[in-house]
Write a protein that binds this ligand. Sequence first.
Ligand SMILES: Cc1ncc(COP(=O)(O)O)c(C=O)c1O
Length: 396
Amino acid sequence: MTLRFADRMARLGTEGAFEVLAQARVLEAQGREIIHLEIGEPDFDTPPNIVDAAVKAMRDGHTHYTPASGIMEVRQAVARSVTENTGVETSPLNVVLTPGSKNIIHFALLSLVSPGDEVLVPDPGYPNYASLTNFTGAVPVSVPMRESRDFRLDVEELRTLVTDRTRMIILNTPANPTGGCLTASDILAIAGIAIERDLVVLSDELYWRLIYEGEHVSPYSIPGMAERTVLIDGLSKAWAMCGWRLGMGVMPVELAKSMGTLMINTSSCTASFTQLATVEALESPLSDAAVDAMREEFRTRRDLVVERLNRIPGVRCHRPAGAFYVFPNITGTGWNERALAHSLLHEAGVAVLPGTAFGAHGAGFLRLSYANSVPNLERALERIAVHLAAAGPAAS
Ligand SMILES: Cc1ncc(COP(=O)(O)O)c(C=O)c1O
């Protein structure tokens, strides 16, 4: 039989990182050696004390279903950490635990946005924002993140993009793919717009522990914002736990209840031992020390990558203040981003992403993840420099 797919499937996008990774794996299976700068996954192992906590949980019999929104004592630990970090008194009833922070994005859109509504999404931005907005039948509206503004949005421009159909603003700081960070005054001004226009702010703060300069301010901490903010955090990036699958959402209680219902209908719960290991991740000084050490290593790598990219003729790389990505401008090389990413993979053995995998405003840029070892980063940058010098600008 010919399967007839539902119309909504045509509206669902994908993530360039997973697509390029699959292409790279095909080349590797053919014997090619590829350096992976496409996927946003820390190359470190999960801190051993967190692994031990999960093993202990399993040995203690925590291998069953849990309440759909998460084990109460784990939600309590998340609430404690949010209260401490934002100064906003947060209850476990405000917290939902899901198998990855992606679910919080999806559930927030499913719960709060109807077909035809508009959602303001960063461009370039994490592709799931626009993809999942389209999937719900709503309309993603691009908010440009310009290199000239250190990849921060322009608050006055944002104001002009709000219409009577706008329901939600999605923020991501520090940002994937640019590493750009919003300032405290940006957050304050955006909060003012959200309150004035009665909008929800979906604040994806997955990378907030990976900030190298400046301070992180969550919109959740601004007076009047807790009631309209969905704060997203998760274990994947800062603790090197992508495969464990744990996202944390902090939100008004009635929205948390709605997400609990979505969890009952989709996943039942996220893994019990992953949840229990979350307490160790959030509360053990050993975990804090591990995150600090990883952040310092990322800082060294960032400095190396930015410096080497800026040495390549035609490449200009802004120094990002957070996350583990750089977003170099390659317009001076004469290449377009898709052709260059393709030829770097196939001819130079370096997997990177074209900026347009993150939205139309990514044209003329590449995204490189520096979640890879210093020797690998050095080899990759050498290959990129040699490839551009040999291929020349006319090649695209
Ligand atoms: C900005 C951002 N949000 C959310 C996610 C999803 O992460 P996870 O579902 O592993 O928590 C990612 C992953 O790359 C990301 O970069």
